[in-house]
Design a protein around this ligand. Sequence first.
Ligand SMILES: Nc1ncnc2c1ncn2[C@@H]1O[C@H](COP(=O)(O)OS(=O)(=O)O)[C@@H](OP(=O)(O)O)[C@H]1O
Ligand SMILES: [Mg+2]
Ligand SMILES: [Mg+2]
Ligand SMILES: [Mg+2]
Length: 321
Amino acid sequence: INAVLRASKVCQKVFQNLVTSDTVIKKDRSPVTVADFSAQAVVNKILYESFPNDPIVGEEESGSLRGDSGKELRNKVLSLVNTVLDTPLNDNELLETIDRGSFPGGSSGRMWTLDPIDGTMGFLRGDQYCIGLALIIDGDVHLGVLGCPNLPVDLKVPEGERGSLFIAVKGQGAFQHKFSSTEETQICLADISSPLAASFCESVVAEHSSHSDAAKIASLLGITKPPLRMDSMCKYCAVARGDADIYLRLPVSMDYEEKIWDHAAGCILIKEAGGIISDINNKPLDFSLGRTLKSNKGIVVAHSKIHGQVIDAVQQVILKK
Ligand SMILES: Nc1ncnc2c1ncn2[C@@H]1O[C@H](COP(=O)(O)OS(=O)(=O)O)[C@@H](OP(=O)(O)O)[C@H]1O
Ligand SMILES: [Mg+2]
Ligand SMILES: [Mg+2]
Ligand SMILES: [Mg+2]
């Protein structure tokens, strides 16, 4: 929790200091690159202090921070990281710390998986993004922590306080608290018995999840509410606390392999909040095969009372293609 909250703080600093209206207009990705590396360094460092022997499967690697060509970026990242760490890092320690995330994954032992910023596009727009961290033991997710700096504490009060943290521990339930307090509330999916009344949640970017297939599935299920489009693993958080009922991630290309850091923390959050998570073929997500979910295609999340019906509709639409 400490690691995710400190990384969230770094990301917020980057947004305040480096993202301007020009950034979005010029499609300049440099601020999110700074935030990505900084957040991965902060989480990896804090994990290392408590669990020096645990390997980490992290999204980023330090290549572009090395050498003369990486000096400017490296200096930016280093000074940011050192504003939130208790013991400062030097140049080499920074690179080493980021690259502690290079573990290939697999089916045995303990490992963490980290997405330092999920929803890079959302971050740049000032919309939703998430710092997602999960602990996997023997291929099974045991803990998930998701920091959502821009997610309203209560979606019904969109102008209210932002900054929501989600925690799920295997067998112990799913919880939310505000960044500003440690008081936890247990969360669960909205109780729903028919897909007719459901609302669904999908990616903002259609390249990550087919909007047209989702619209066909919604129409087959008789869903009339417009989809809630949101970047990042915040979608898992939204469904886990009942803001929406169904999360669909429908493959756009058949050769894309989903990354474990994009789903591990969300997967346990959904299960602990009483939902079912599978791929489009109703197979459980398999986190034991390395850095990607190579045996899965897409994601379907829903309450247990309607997950089967959603899968039937998904299959009809996908098989027809
Ligand atoms: N082709 C394709 N299909 C599916 N997923 C892909 C694809 N390409 C990229 N990615 C991954 O999508 C992650 C962001 O997913 P989101 O659901 O947040 O998408 S979006 O922000 O709403 O567009 C994004 O994570 P981040 O890079 O951490 O932002 C990618 O890992
Ligand atoms: Mg991601
Ligand atoms: Mg990322
Ligand atoms: Mg990425």
